[in-house]
Design a protein around this ligand. Structure first.
Ligand SMILES: C[S@@+](CC[C@H](N)C(=O)[O-])C[C@H]1O[C@@H](n2cnc3c(N)ncnc32)[C@H](O)[C@@H]1O
Length: 231
């Protein structure tokens, strides 16, 4: 068995814990406080997050997509693969070290998506970016935590609260799509999305692209209007 090798560690802004990047052969892992946040072997549902949102909005043109956060870049790479040349993608990543790691150590995993000229990355809280402008985003993709029921970062609660969902609703263009990754289903959250004006459904997806492994949930929530398909 190849031993894990520590590549780097970084302070998480505003927290005691550190983020650790490790490597074992060709496999990479990001951990914090003894818990694995991401592993490069498992990224099927991260790609499905982008795939489901873009499929829902197709065939209408997509100008602006917001991706929060970056992680290992799999959601971003799938977004780029399925988007037109004129689409612009902004990535919001809270932890600056994650951006540096994607540039220096792990970018090859998802095909160096940060090098794509359509992409801009901001070291920011995605909640602040959503709050910035109304009716701008055709698609907002959120994979920043375990989901509405299992927060690892308390401040992310505002993204999943009714206030956060209403802010996301306003930030989307008519027909725009909000897609949210979660480790598990949460019927109360589906109701929250509906209460905030979305036509929403939870979609169960496999953790790996081979169709094996545990299941994750992705909510596809459409803001009624002319762009997305409503069902
Ligand atoms: C599970 S990873 C995302 C994985 C990503 N979908 C992929 O394909 O690799 C979660 C990422 O969100 C970032 N994050 C957490 N809270 C955030 C926030 N409020 N705003 C922006 N990024 C955030 C974390 O630092 C981490 O890089």
């Amino acid at each position: 068995m190849i031993p894990w090798e520590e590549i780097d560690r970084a302070k998480v802004p505003g927290q005691e814990s550190e983020l650790i990047l490790r490597k074992r052969g060709g496999e990479f892992s990001i951990r914090t406080g003894g818990t694995e946040l991401m592993n490069s072997r498992i990224h099927g549902s991260e790609e499905a997050l982008a795939g489901l949102a873009l499929k829902r909005i197709h065939p209408k043109p997509v100008q602006n997509i917001l991706v929060g956060g970056l992680g290992m870049g799999y959601t971003l790479a799938e977004t780029l693969k399925l988007s037109q040349p004129e689409t612009r993608v902004l990535v919001a990543e809270l932890i600056p070290a994650v951006i540096s790691w994607n540039r220096d150590h792990i970018g090859h995993l998802a095909g160096m998506p940060l090098d794509d000229p359509r992409v801009r990355v901001e070291p920011s809280d995605v909640a602040a970016i959503i709050n910035r402008q109304k009716a701008l985003w055709d698609i907002i993709l959120l994979d920043v935590d375990n989901g509405p029921a299992g927060l690892t970062r308390k401040t992310n609660n505002r993204l999943y609260s009714d206030t956060g969902l209403k802010t996301a609703f306003k930030a989307l263009t008519p027909g725009g799509v909000l897609a949210i990754w979660s480790a598990g289903d949460d019927p109360a959250f589906t109701r929250s999305l509906a209460r905030c004006g979305f036509r929403a459904e939870p979609v169960s997806v496999r953790a790996t692209s081979s169709g094996k492994g545990s299941r994750h949930t992705i909510w596809v929530a459409v803001k009624p209007g002319s762009k997305g398909k409503s069902s």
